[in-house]
Design a protein around this ligand. Structure first.
Ligand code: GLU
Length: 282
């Protein structure tokens, strides 16, 4: 059976130890299975992605000793593929325009977010609005997001609990049931920036023949949504491995915004890749 896995970072910041662990985990799994390891640059959000971050990703991974197939797929060069998937979903009647801003959603969710405990606003989108109001807002040129309607998805697919995936290589392997309700009606695209990574990633995993998605457990809820998208778009479901997340000395997840902890800074400090790998995998 073929084994194809990938590391799919978004160049919205420098990679940190957590990314190194994730890339290494996927790369080692590919080597162990005699399979293929792909690198994919998920740069559809041109408001946040920067070329210097992409350059640093390539340097960091090479420094770690990883190798990957060429050419590297850069999502910004394939936007039509993701737009086509959005169009298909819209034609199926499972997307709706949401005009609520993040501020509106926060107010509805009950207050300002705390940095460590952001309010999850996704359950407060209010669903589709009346056609005449929508018409009026569109004519005023108001910004909107395309959200996946779970209710409409349920109408098409039936009980979403029938959607499952196989989890491997984690502490809790087995058949997992999708619970997309946790994230609610998720944003898949925006009027200003087009398709987001949730749909682009699922389209590319299918297009690139990815058989094993190996990524951090912070994305397990996204997997539920992506499982719904696979069912709606008729795409295959890969095996998933949601590996544990590395924590920093304070027990917090590494974050791209913490510059001192980036792989670029670690490289510059003179630590060897071998020493870092030993620390990550120790
Ligand atoms: N591009 C996503 C990120 O950097 C990861 C998507 C994935 O691995 O499926 O968070």
């Amino acid at each position: 059976m073929p084994f194809v896995t990938r590391f799919a970072p978004s160049p919205t910041g420098f990679l940190h130890r957590g990314h190194a662990f994730s890339a290494l985990t996927a790369w080692r799994a590919a080597k162990a299975a005699g399979g293929r390891f792909l690198l994919r640059i998920e740069d559809t959000d041109f408001t946040r992605c920067r070329p210097e971050y992409e350059a640093a990703i390539l340097e960091d991974l090479a420094w770690l000793g990883l190798d990957w197939e060429r050419p590297v797929r850069r999502q910004s060069e394939h936007l039509a593929d993701y737009q086509a998937a959005l169009d298909t979903l819209r034609d199926l009647g499972v997307l709706y325009r949401c005009f609520r801003t993040r501020k509106d959603l926060l107010a509805l969710a009950g207050g300002a977010p705390h940095a460590d405990d952001p309010v999850d606003t996704r359950a407060f989108t209010g669903g589709p609005i009346a056609p005449d109001e929508e018409e009026e807002r569109l004519s005023r040129g108001e910004a909107f997001a395309w959200r996946l309607s779970l209710a409409a998805a349920r109408d098409r697919l039936g009980d979403l609990k029938a959607l499952t995936w196989v989890e491997q290589g984690t502490d809790t392997p087995g058949l997992k049931v999708a619970v997309p309700e946790r994230l609610g009606d998720m944003v898949l695209g925006r009027k200003d920036i087009g398709a987001g990574y949730v749909i682009a990633s699922v389209v590319d995993d299918a297009l690139q023949g990815v058989t094993h998605v190996i990524r951090g457990e912070d994305l397990v809820e996204t997997t539920s949504i992506q499982r719904v998208l696979q069912a709606l778009l008729g795409l295959p479901t890969p095996v998933y491995c949601h590996h544990r997340l590395l924590l920093d000395a304070r027990g917090k997840r590494f974050a791209k915004r913490d510059r001192s902890e980036t792989l670029a800074a670690i490289r510059a400090s003179g630590l060897s890749a071998e020493a870092l790998i030993a620390e990550l995998e120790g």
